[in-house]
Every structure is written in structure tokens, then in C-alpha cells.
Design a protein around this ligand. Structure first.
Ligand SMILES: Cc1cc2nc3c(=O)[nH]c(=O)nc-3n(C[C@H](O)[C@H](O)[C@H](O)COP(=O)(O)O)c2cc1C
Length: 268
């Protein structure tokens, strides 16, 4: 669990490993996706619930769905009305995997944090951090959890339902507090600006965010769920509610739930 002042470990070996990483990313590995190899390591991951205190192993995501990418694109809308219905841990796992799950396991360099992911990232520097704001998930206490892509796990930050506080911090956009869960994005800009400077700050981090968030939109549609990217909020209030370490900047709140009646009528 995190205290308000806790800061995260520094990615000290970053510079040393840059040479290795460039070699890795230019030798064709990134383009040499072999489905069978990839499925192997995914299957190896067991869906047991908890080994270390505060760490929850998520169930493995599914790599086959019944809704095509084209249908998801066609049906995607921002949904701001949700049924009062819990999500399962399996659904949560799927959404987080779509957002930033590891699809090509690479253990080193460490800044890859598990390997290449579902969303592209400038220089494979992965500046985003994703949290689950759980309110109504079967078998999971309400709270803030950090998603750990390497290992496909959740780390409990605090066991408290913060959805209403988050909605208040988002200029009272009440729907934020009504969804059973929200995926919350922050970024450690430094990871990208160390290499790309101002271009990293003004462009790449938010481009990375857009890729990942769109994955969540499309995955939600494919599962019969709905989401809305929320960028309008008070940064300081949101950072407090989410207990973000100082170096993380809040970027998006994405509430997710089953579309409610109002959303179904609006989007007909
Ligand atoms: C950067 C960004 C910030 C957004 N912030 C909010 C927000 O704070 N509240 C909200 O209700 N919708 C927000 N939206 C959703 C847009 O309002 C929505 O995408 C737009 O109306 C188009 O509708 P559609 O997504 O259904 O196609 C945001 C979208 C983006 C891309």
C-alpha cells in the first residue's frame, strides 16, 4: 500500500541500457511477432489470485473475441450512462490487457517493464501508468489498484471507494462516480523527455496515451461495455484522490460499465 509521500524506484540503469534497447528494437525483433511463441508465455501465466501481500494476479485475458475490429470501430461512442451492475475480474483483466498488456515478453532492458505492449510507444519508453479504480467488481474490494503489465497483476494502493471523490475532482461529472470501475491514466513524462526532450513532452506522451485509450474504447465495445475518455478535471484534486507520486501527471479517467438505458437510446 502507498503512503501519500511514497515515491517509486528510479529507473537508474536507463542510460546504460539505451544502446541495448535500440539494438533490440532495430534488429527486427519488434516486427518479428510470432503468435505461437507469444501465446505460449501467456498460457504459462496462472490465474491464481494472490501470492504477495497486496499483489493480485489477474486472470489471463482472452485473445479471441466475437466482435470484429470493424464492428467495434463502427459502434464505438463515448458512453456516460451505466447500469448499476458489477464487472468481473475477467472483464477488468481484459480491459487492462487491451490498455497496456504485454504482448511480447522481453525481460531486459528494465524500462520495457515486461516487454512490448498492446499500444505503441515512442522509443518503447512506456511513460504511462494505469490504475484501476474499483467500485463494483465481483470478488475485489473497492479501492485503487496499480496495473503491473509485467506479470499482469494489480497492486493494491488503498482499499477505499474513491469514485465519488474522483467525480467531484472532475468538475462534478457525476457519471465518473457511477461506473463500476474506471481506468485511470497518469504519465511519468521524464521517461520520454529524457530521450526526446520537448518533443516528448508536447507530443509523444499524449500520442502514447491516445493509442492506449483507444484500445480501451474498442475493447470495451467488443465486450458489450462502454467507456468515455475524461480529460476535464482539476489536476491537483485528482492527483490527491489518486495518491499519485509527485512525478506522475494525471491524464485521463476512463469510467467503464454496461451502457445504461440513456446511453442505449442516445446511440441508437
Ligand atoms: C482529450 C479528450 C478529452 C475528453 N474529455 C471529456 C470529458 O472530460 N468529459 C466527457 O464527457 N467527455 C470527454 N471526452 C469525450 C468527447 O466528448 C467525445 O469523444 C466527443 O464528444 C465525440 O463523441 P464520441 O466519442 O462518442 O465519438 C473527451 C475526449 C477527448 C479525446
Amino acid at each position: 500500500m502507498r503512503s501519500k509521500l511514497l515515491s517509486f524506484p528510479i529507473w537508474g540503469s536507463w542510460i546504460l541500457l539505451m544502446g541495448l534497447s535500440s539494438a533490440l528494437l532495430t534488429n527486427g525483433n519488434a516486427h518479428n511477432f510470432k503468435r505461437s511463441e507469444n501465446e505460449w508465455f501467456m498460457k504459462e501465466k496462472k490465474s491464481t489470485r494472490q501470492d504477495k501481500e497486496g499483489i493480485i494476479n489477474l486472470p489471463s485475458p482472452s485473445y479471441r473475441g466475437t466482435v470484429s475490429v470493424e464492428e467495434s470501430l463502427l459502434l464505438r461512442r463515448s458512453v456516460r450512462d451505466y447500469e448499476n451492475r458489477a464487472l468481473t475480474l475477467q472483464q477488468v483483466s481484459q480491459l487492462l490487457w487491451a490498455a497496456y498488456g504485454v504482448t511480447k515478453e522481453i525481460s531486459s532492458p528494465s524500462f520495457l517493464r515486461g516487454g512490448l505492449k498492446t499500444a505503441p510507444s515512442a522509443g518503447a519508453l512506456y511513460p504511462l501508468e494505469i490504475y484501476l479504480v474499483a467500485g463494483d467488481v465481483e470478488g475485489l474490494p473497492a479501492g485503487i489498484y496499480k496495473f503491473i503489465p509485467a506479470g499482469h497483476q494489480l497492486e493494491l494502493i488503498i482499499e477505499e471507494d474513491v469514485r465519488k471523490s474522483l467525480a467531484r475532482a472532475a468538475y462534478n461529472q457525476t457519471f465518473v462516480g457511477k461506473a463500476p470501475v474506471a481506468l485511470f491514466y497518469s504519465a511519468i513524462y521524464e521517461r520520454t523527455t529524457r530521450k526526446y526532450g520537448e518533443r516528448g513532452r508536447s507530443r509523444y506522451v499524449c500520442m502514447d496515451l491516445g493509442h492506449s485509450a483507444q484500445n480501451v474504447y474498442l475493447q470495451a465495445v467488443a465486450m458489450g461495455l462502454g467507456t468515455c475518455a475524461v480529460g476535464a478535471f482539476n489536476n491537483e484534486m485528482v492527483s490527491n484522490v489518486m495518491m499519485l507520486p509527485r512525478k506522475e501527471e494525471p491524464l485521463y479517467i476512463m469510467p467503464v460499465g454496461y451502457p445504461g438505458e440513456k446511453a442505449r437510446i442516445e446511440h441508437r
